[in-house]
Write a protein that binds this ligand. Sequence first.
Ligand code: ZN
Length: 416
Amino acid sequence: MYALTPAYQTYAWGAVGSTSLVGQLLNRELDETIPYAEYWIGTHPSGCALVNIPGNPDKIPLDSFFQQNPDWIGQGSSIPSHPGSLPFMFKVLSVAKPLSIQAHPDLEMAKELHSKDPTNYPDANHKPELALPLNDFYACVGLRTNEAFLTLVNLIPPLAKVLSMLDIDVSPYLPNAQPMLDQYRLSSVVMQAIAHSSFNDSFQTVYDDINALRLQDSLSSHLLCSEALARFHLFTVEYPQDLGCLSAAFCLQQLRGKPGDGIFIPAHVPHEYLFGNVVEVMACSDNVIRGGLTPKHCDPHILSTMLDRCTHDLMTMIPQHLALDPPNPPCWIIPNISDFMVFDLCEDITSFPSIPVPRIVVCIGCKCGVTSSSVKMDTLPGCPLLIKANTTFTVTCISKTSAFPRIFVVSERVQF
Ligand SMILES: [Zn+2]
């Protein structure tokens, strides 16, 4: 096994300097003026991890290492256009400010987007994401139900004005309407209409009216309403004339995750991360369709056409248990997704059988030791180890450095 050096990204929404968990996990000298937003382990061309081989002063990019040492990647399925690549990426995000409203394409849509617009859609892969919060984590994920949306319209009068400006009749979505329409349909209709509108003076008046309601006592006791108003205010501070503020605050469900939760974000599901530290494991791709709340390239029309295919059945996951020793460490497995599987340990010692693909071990909030045949390596929080394909090993938690120690063992998904 070898130690890896992760890549990192300094996007503007990241937590700054040593306040950033991502910064801390890099185990390097930090610049206290830089946002350390994302920690990456994988072979993505925008940030490939490096392999540290003892006695060799030059670190080797992980994809080149796999090309030179095919027995290390075993039967792992590289992406055809990028030999030696891992099919997954492991990231940690330290989110200090809201990210964009976004969704990810399925495989078929990714191929189409990439062939038409390779600048904005840099690969032809899908990007299903699994989010594992490391502390209290705030996000907007999936569409609100018609019932929740109509409750907000009743409590926040300027929203009724927005609906009339967008020419939307709510009567087919009322509880007793016949026929019964899809219970998430109203939010998607509103987001679709917003995608085809542009900000003007009337929206400015509505924005001012909604923000004036935030401090009204009668609304502050209604959790759904006060949370939506607080988030709308947060978005308008950053992006005062972006219609995405309406979509994110009122059309998307508000989610608060905690350590131990698993949130799966399938293709087409709109989402936006707001605040907190989270592990994200995903297929190796950079395909993001953005609907606003970012200075980056946005395609709100494309995003709005995806909402019709947005499903809600897979968002909160329960880890599976596979027959390992000691029995039943939890493992995050997503039905129909073969790109990754993630063991999520806090046991003192766990043994892993040989599988035909390489694995990555990374601990957060603890130090761990990994033993494989006669080799033993101890590692610090954030210092990943690469395990060769077809290797058995044990992982031991040596000491805890936070209240929620976690050891992640990530690989392509294989059968046990
Ligand atoms: Zn995403």
